[in-house]
Ligand binder design. Structure first.
Ligand code: ATP
Length: 261
C-alpha cells in the first residue's frame, strides 16, 4: 500500500432489495486530497459514505481505511473520522456547550479540554453568544456551524462532509473554505459531497462524479474540462449525466402550475 493512501475502495456494490444502487466502485484517495464527490440525486453518494462510515452494511467489495479493511478494529478507525451528515439529529434540548462537550468526551477528551475547544471554536465561527443557549433556539446556520464544530472537535484525519455549507452566510462560507484549505494543507483528507457546483469547482483538488451507481468522471477540474466541451463544472455535470432538458421541463412545470384544476 502507498503510505499516503487513506481510503481504498475496490469493486464496491450495494443493493437495496433487488435494486442495484452501487455498481462496482473503485477508488484510491490519498492524504491531503479534497475530493468533490458529486452526482445526480439518488446516484448513490450518501450510500457510499454511509458504507465507509459503517452506518450501512451488507455490501460487496472491499474498503480499506488507513490501510486496514474496515471490518477490523471498527472503533479505532472511527476515532480518526469526522462526519457532517446532510440531515442531522442533534439533541435540541441540550445547549451548544452540553452537546459539544458530550461529543468531545465520546472521543476521549476531558470535559475541560472539550469545553475549552468548543467555546473557542464557536466564538471563531461567530456563534459564541449561543454557547449556553439551547440548540432548539439556534437558527439553521447556527445549527450547521455546531455540526461542523462537532465533526472537527477530535481533530480527525479524514472528514466526510455532506452539503456542509447548507444555511451558512457568505462570510461564514469564506471562513469554512479557508478551514478546509488549511486542514488539507496539514494532511487531512476531505470528502466533500455537494450540489453547489461552483463551490465544489473551487475547493476540490479532485472531483469524482457518480452517475447511476458508477464513477463517470474522476480527475482535477482542469482534467475534467479537458475531457469535456463545457467550461464550468455545472456544464460538465450536465454533459456527463446526459441532461439537456432543463428548459422544456421548466416550461412544462410552469404551464402545469398555471393550468386550470
Ligand atoms: N435505506 C434505503 N432503503 C432503500 N433504498 C434506499 C435506502 N437508502 C437509499 N436508497 C436508495 O438508494 C439510491 C441512492 O441513494 P443515495 O441517498 O445514496 O443518493 P445520493 O446520491 O446521496 O442522492 P442525493 O443527491 O439526493 O442526496 C436512491 O435510489 C435511494 O432511494
Amino acid at each position: 500500500m502507498d503510505q499516503q493512501e487513506i481510503l481504498t475502495i475496490t469493486n464496491l456494490t450495494k443493493h437495496y432489495g433487488n435494486k442495484e444502487i452501487l455498481k462496482g466502485i473503485d477508488l484510491h484517495v490519498s492524504r491531503g486530497e479534497i475530493i468533490g464527490y458529486i452526482g445526480p440525486n439518488g446516484a448513490g453518494k450518501s450510500t457510499t459514505v454511509k458504507i465507509i462510515l459503517g452506518i450501512e452494511g451488507d455490501y460487496g467489495g472491499e474498503i480499506k481505511l488507513f490501510g486496514e479493511p474496515i471490518e477490523q478494529d471498527r472503533i479505532e478507525y472511527k476515532r480518526r473520522i469526522g462526519y457532517v451528515p446532510e440531515i442531522a439529529d442533534v439533541y435540541d434540548n441540550l445547549t451548544g456547550y452540553e452537546y459539544l462537550t458530550f461529543i468531545g468526551q465520546l472521543y476521549g477528551q476531558t470535559l475541560e479540554v472539550a469545553a475549552d475547544k468548543s467555546k473557542t471554536l464557536m466564538e471563531l465561527f461567530g456563534v459564541g453568544e449561543a454557547y449556553h443557549a439551547r440548540i432548539s433556539s439556534y437558527s439553521k446556520g447556527m445549527r450547521q456551524k455546531l455540526l461542523i464544530i462537532a465533526s472537527l472537535i477530535h481533530n480527525p484525519d479524514l472528514l466526510f462532509l455532506d452539503e456542509p455549507i447548507n444555511g451558512l452566510d457568505a462570510n461564514s462560507v469564506m471562513i469554512f473554505k479557508e478551514i478546509l484549505t488549511q486542514l488539507a494543507a496539514q494532511g487531512k483528507t476531505i470528502f466533500y459531497s455537494s450540489h453547489i457546483m461552483d463551490v465544489v469547482e473551487k475547493i476540490s483538488s479532485r472531483i469524482i462524479l457518480l452517475n447511476d451507481g458508477k464513477i463517470a468522471a474522476d480527475g482535477t477540474f482542469a482534467q475534467l474540462q479537458a475531457d469535456n466541451t463545457m467550461g464550468t463544472l455545472e456544464g460538465i455535470f450536465n454533459q456527463l449525466t446526459g441532461f439537456h432538458d432543463h428548459k422544456e421541463i421548466g416550461e412544462q412545470f410552469v404551464s402545469v402550475v398555471q393550468g386550470g384544476m
